[in-house]
Design a protein around this ligand. Structure first.
Ligand SMILES: Nc1ncnc2c1ncn2[C@@H]1O[C@H](COP(=O)(O)OP(=O)(O)OP(=O)(O)O)[C@@H](O)[C@H]1O
Length: 336
């Protein structure tokens, strides 16, 4: 199947005299097939927005290759701009304009037929408030207007950075239905979000980025299956022993992620060895159960960002390369 979006070896380093040099993308790869809803996931500062802005020609990469709809970008962006709709970072609208005025202006600038304005207002659920000024809108309504503006051209590829941001639960569900309907109509949708349960529900495939590199990709079911084998949940008689247990298991080579009342281990062949190892440290297991993992557990494990009680993970994932105090990525996993 042809890829609608393909990225190979993308590199971007931000250089600033004051802040030093920071690697945002370090040979990042991504591939999105036609007609899919593709989730683009990564911790804060892992390089998602840099990737999307680079794709759209807003940032110049330092290396790598990108194609959209089979055309090399950024060179071919002027030819394919009409086939790509995107919201990357919250767009700003004139506060005194209504949603209908805003979209009509954008439609005339983009040579979009006028009836399309009412179609997209209906699609995003703004029809009844379309005549009111944007400054009176809630955050969620502004978000819907942003999506409407990206849909005006009826694009082949729709890129949405955090589309559920600010939406209430009903709005999130409506956004899910909208995205699925768009994909059924043949549109390819790339969706970045931190709401992993939502991504698991909505997406056919995912790419997970960490430290500017792809750490997992493929159909959601396959990514989950790859990481479910040998996954076990460990509870201890004393919850307060979890940090010590995590450190011991980590030292023994297990991949460990922490939760407030249990640990998740990956790649466990023989569960008995876990029980023995912990017992030797005077740590007593109250439960050791195989589990089917969800996307959140896979994400936390692969990006090493599971919360650790008593530690405050620093948000920025990127690596400062020189000219600065130590700022290697702060690992968030137990015993890291
Ligand atoms: N204009 C810039 N100048 C310097 N550094 C930048 C710039 N833009 C982004 N960065 C850095 O590049 C790294 C990646 O940022 P990016 O915005 O791509 O992350 P992200 O994955 O989108 O994060 P989030 O989930 O928080 O939106 C971060 O360390 C960020 O501080």
């Amino acid at each position: 199947m042809p890829a609608v979006l393909e990225i190979e070896g993308l590199r971007k380093t931000y250089r600033s005299r004051r802040r030093g040099t920071r690697n945002a993308l370090d040979g990042f790869d991504m591939r999105v097939e036609a007609g899919q809803v593709h989730g683009f996931l990564g911790p804060n500062g892992s390089g998602k927005t840099t990737t999307l802005r680079t794709l759209l020609g807003l940032i110049r990469p330092d290396g790598g290759r990108m194609t959209i709809l089979g055309h090399e970008v950024p060179a071919a962006l002027p030819q394919i701009a009409g086939q790509v709709g995107a919201i990357v970072e919250s767009p700003q609208f004139f506060p005194h304009f209504s949603a209908r005025d805003t979209l009509s202006l954008l439609a005339s600038a983009g040579e979009v037929p006028v009836p399309r304005v009412d179609e997209v207002l209906e699609l995003v659920g703004l029809r009844d408030r379309a005549g009111e000024r944007v400054k009176t809108y809630s955050l969620g309504m502004k978000q819907r207007l942003a999506v409407a503006s990206a849909l005006l051209k009826n694009p082949k590829l729709l890129i949405l950075d955090e589309p559920a941001n600010g939406l209430d639960p009903g709005g999130i569900r409506e956004m899910r239905t909208l995205v699925r309907n768009l994909a059924q109509s043949g549109m390819t949708v790339v969706l970045s979000s931190h709401i992993l349960g939502e991504i698991q529900l909505i997406c056919d495939s995912v790419t997970i980025i960490s430290l500017g590199r792809r750490v997992a990709f493929g159909p959601v079911d396959e990514v989950l299956a790859q990481h479910s084998s040998g996954a076990v949940r460990v509870r201890l008689e004393a919850v307060t022993d979890l940090p010590v247990a995590a450190t011991a298991l980590h030292k023994a080579g297990y991949r460990v992620s922490a939760n407030p009342d249990h640990l998740m281990l990956a790649g466990v062949d023989k569960p008995a060895t876990v029980t023995r190892l912990l017992a030797e440290q005077g740590l007593y297991v109250s439960e050791l159960a195989p589990v089917a993992v969800d996307l959140e557990s896979v994400f936390l494990e692969l990006t090493n960002t599971a919360p650790v009680p008593g530690q405050h993970r620093q948000v920025d994932q990127s690596v400062r390369v020189n000219g600065a105090e130590s700022s290697a990525p702060t690992a968030g996993g137990w015993g890291a």
